[in-house]
Design a protein around this ligand. Sequence first.
Ligand code: AKG
Ligand code: FE2
Length: 277
Amino acid sequence: MADFKIKSLSNVMGAEITGLDLNNKLSYEDKQKLIKAITDHLIICIKNQNLSAKKLVEISKIFGTPKKYFVKDETIENIPEVIVVTNRTKDNKPAVYASHWHTDDSYRDKPATLTFIYPEILPENGGGTDFINCYSVYNDLPSKIKNKILTSRAIHKWQSRRNVSKVAKLSKEQELETPPVDHPLIRTHPMSNKKSVYINPNRIDYIEGLNEIESDILLDELYGFSFQEKYQYSHNYEKGDLVIWDNRCTMHKANSDYDTSQLRVMHRVMLEGEKVF
Ligand SMILES: O=C(O)CCC(=O)C(=O)O
Ligand SMILES: [Fe+2]
């Protein structure tokens, strides 16, 4: 059994794991310890790894079933589970994608539980990922907002009316595969049993039962409260960092605070999700 260390990364959330080589065989106890570390810390960073795309998929299976991503031209050939997150547009111009707060995959009826990111190419400085602890947001939510959303559901869309980050244009076929879905605005995590806000400023179109104006006012209020710095942890990558986050209780965004003329390429895997309740 590997005797790896788990050290908290901030008061908000996050833990760093050292003394573990994922290319070695893990015991049942090691796997349980990793799963618990994510439940306890919401985000973990396993340091000093050397992971091929295939290995990344294999590692993800410790935690669940890796998804085959439906936008095929963003995945690696013959490895449909691995998405290439790059800061280059199709015509090779610098850009930062996913640069606004979101939680992955909420446009699905069963959104991904965990996301894995492993850096392939990093800019010299910066290019981290920022996170929000959505349990803490829920706990601190003023009752005048909380009472309005206790039982509310929101409509999430691939391309929402309030979309902020650019999203890929879908083919007609992909669009049919991706109808709008609704999720509660407050969810309970099936493992921790704790409640969190479940919001995605990039995909939520409106709150069910409200007109557009009422819904926009309430969403702006909710987002403004959630985005406060005291709920955030920013991760700056080092080569070899495998970062895993829990989409059920966090939001994240790519930090655009770096020289985007430098290349940044990450490998990403998402796990099959579960119904939000
Ligand atoms: O590039 C990043 O830091 C985050 C990208 C992202 O949001 C994602 O891959 O889900
Ligand atoms: Fe994301």
